[in-house]
Design a protein around this ligand. Structure first.
Ligand code: GLU
Length: 446
């Protein structure tokens, strides 16, 4: 049987590297097996979900190349959730509770103060019809909890190995709020059953959820998918990424000029037994994917590693590849093959070429040099070999300047580099000189 997975973001924000990794692992697993990748929009929280975020998430996935075979929204499926609710109620597995948030909080505190785990005491389960009628007459509306078995729920996780969640140690989960709205837990199971999802692949923050959800799968008579819970991402400093996720959104990374395949190459390999290296395509990453390679330790996301991969891609791009993107930068329409060949070696991303465009095709500010360096530059033009500048001109010229002034090494090259490019670093000066051409060189020395 071919596999079918789903990625289920809530449209309450754009995608960031954490959820992209979940999407990517789902996609790589499915495509590596010739299976299907479904995009499910978890928008049961009608207040926080927006169409803009839904569209944004689709845009982010498309940009990353993570195309979906099918997509649907939970908000279109309330009738199905209502049916499942009716079945659970009829089977005595969904029961009404009337506590307010404050009352629940008090119960939790009392349990803790007595050294007991703060597990819901199932008071709702023991209410008589009369008691319920009385509470409702007081204006209370019920919320609904699923009755867990109280036994260990076991499964063999594809990443974590054998798992056992003792359902006696967790509270019966609330599936429906007092205002009638669904929490994520039940709709997710109903959807996974109806869409015939074979593997649920998500972050390890859902492990406890899985204990409850597996019991709901069984209660609804559905086939329980295989489960895989991946460790969460941490930053290079070992800290959680939650505070920095805004700057690590796909939208922001794309705007910053990071290439999609750099993101995928990194996210597919961190926290696995494979080395992190640049891959040519998602297909290659899919062919290399296996749950067995994913370790149990958190995966370290290092932006420096991302930018190193991005620099590697940038070096490998041809002028044809980047022509349109360069054209969007000031003076970028003047860029040519020789320019790209020269500057691409030192760029972390295509847009960084913006620094070099005015240097080669426009004007730069006069370099702010020490007095003796300024005097050296003012005299340097006289030694520039006659005729058109070629890649050999630099060595002839600096040779002459060296014997004339006694300057050498950095003292010789740095003032020239600064005067001609305004930058302390950059491509090889013999090539810079040739690309600048005689007129610009003389102007900047003068
Ligand atoms: N919407 C849920 C989340 O983003 C989906 C979890 C799941 O994959 O089941 O956490």
């Amino acid at each position: 049987m071919s596999c079918k997975v789903r990625f289920a973001p809530s449209p309450t924000g754009r995608l960031h590297v954490g959820n992209v990794r979940t999407a990517l692992i789902n996609w790589l697993f499915a495509k590596g097996q010739g299976g299907q990748f479904v995009l499910r929009i978890d928008d049961t929280d009608l207040e926080r979900s927006t169409k803009e975020y839904e569209d944004g998430i689709k845009q982010d996935l498309t940009w990353l190349g993570l195309e979906w075979d099918d997509t649907f929204k939970q908000s279109e499926r309330f009738a199905e959730y209502d049916k499942a609710t009716a079945k659970l109620k009829a089977d005595g597995l969904l029961y009404a509770c009337y506590e307010t948030a404050e009352e629940l909080d008090r119960k939790r505190k009392i349990a803790l103060s007595r050294g007991r785990p703060p597990v819901y005491d199932r008071a709702g389960l023991n209410l008589t019809d009369d008691e319920k009628a009385k509470l409702e007459a007081e204006g209370r509306k019920p919320h609904w909890r699923f009755k867990l078995s109280g036994k260990p729920c076991e499964w063999v996780d594809l990443v974590r190995g054998p798992q056992a969640i003792d359902t006696a140690s967790i509270s019966d989960p609330v599936l429906i709020r007092a205002d009638g709205s669904y929490l994520y837990t039940l709709p997710s199971v109903v959807d996974d059953i109806d869409a015939e999802i074979t593997h649920v692949v998500r972050g390890e923050d859902h492990v406890t959820n899985s204990g409850a959800q597996i019991e709901i799968f069984r209660a609804l008579g559905g086939k329980t998918p295989q489960m895989a819970h991946t460790p969460l991402l941490i930053g290079a400093d070992g800290q959680g990424l939650s505070k920095r996720l805004g700057s690590l959104s796909v939208q922001q990374l794309a705007a910053d000029g990071v290439e999609a395949i750099a993101i995928a190459s990194l996210l597919a390999k961190i926290g696995t037994s494979d080395p992190v290296e640049l891959k040519d395509s998602l297909q290659t990453l899919a062919s290399e994917f296996s749950f067995e390679k994913i370790g149990r330790a958190p995966a370290r996301f290092d932006e420096k590693e991302l930018m190193a991969l991005n620099a590697e891609i940038t070096r490998g791009l041809s002028f044809e590849d980047v022509k349109d993107r360069l054209a969007a930068l000031p003076l970028g329409d003047k860029a040519n093959d020789a320019f790209w060949a020269l500057v691409s070696e030192n760029l972390q991303k295509v847009d960084d070429a913006a620094i070099w465009l005015p240097i080669f095709f426009g004007d730069i500010d006069k370099a702010d040099l020490e007095a003796d360096d300024a005097a050296f530059i003012a005299g340097a033009a006289a030694y520039l070999p006659e005729g058109e500048i070629s890649e050999d001109t630099w060595s002839v010229w600096t040779g002459a300047l060296k014997s004339e002034t006694g300057r050498k090494g950095k003292g010789l090259f740095m003032p020239l580099r600064l005067a001609l490019t305004g930058q302390a670093h950059g491509p090889q000066m013999n090539q810079v000189l040739a690309l600048l051409g005689r007129e610009k060189v003389l102007k900047r020395l003068g």
